[in-house]
Ligand binder design. Structure first.
Ligand code: SF4
Ligand code: SF4
Length: 152
């Protein structure tokens, strides 16, 4: 018997421009049509080390329910173990990341404080602080990051 690590499981990874694709049901049919061959065996969910309901998030993707797919797959670490078990050859983590991108770009409501902060950055209001961080040694940057104030 040989025991070896599998560095990654080969997945179907489609290339698309998120500025051009839209959150329609057709986009999954176009990019990941194999999801419609799911036979409901649930081997993907049983294999997931994150205990995700993988079969369920694929069902949401089939129906174009991207918000639910994004929510259900949020803790996916893209290990690909589910795909290694799937008789339908589905690349679950790639389907899920497309759903999360569609949700983030087109469906999730915009956050006013984030829009304000991006506008401030574009106006150069934080240039001095950004330059100060850029000129700080890496070790000091790590210390600042690890001791940062985290919003409760
Ligand atoms: S790729 Fe994501 S959904 Fe699949 S087994 Fe890994 S963590 Fe679970
Ligand atoms: S392993 Fe593949 S065929 Fe089986 S339920 Fe999961 S996605 Fe469907």
């Amino acid at each position: 018997m040989y025991v070896a690590t599998l560095p990654f499981f080969p997945l179907v990874k489609q290339v698309y421009d998120i500025q051009k694709v839209k959150p329609t049901e057709q986009i999954m049919m176009q990019l990941y049509p194999e999801i419609y061959s799911c036979i409901g065996c649930n081997a993907c969910s049983k294999a997931c080390p994150q205990s995700l309901k993988t079969m369920q998030y694929i069902a949401y993707a089939q129906r174009g329910e991207y918000e639910k797919c994004a929510e259900e797959s949020f803790d996916c670490v893209m290990c690909g173990i589910c795909s290694s078990r799937c008789p339908a050859g589905i690349s679950h983590p790639q389907v899920a990341i497309l759903a999360r991108r569609l949700y983030g770009k087109y469906i999730a409501p915009e956050t006013k404080h984030l829009l304000d902060r991006v506008a401030e950055i574009n106006n150069g209001e934080h240039a001095e602080s950004v330059n100060a961080i850029m000129n700080t040694p890496v070790e000091e940057q790590k210390r600042l990051y690890n001791t940062r104030e985290i919003e409760k």
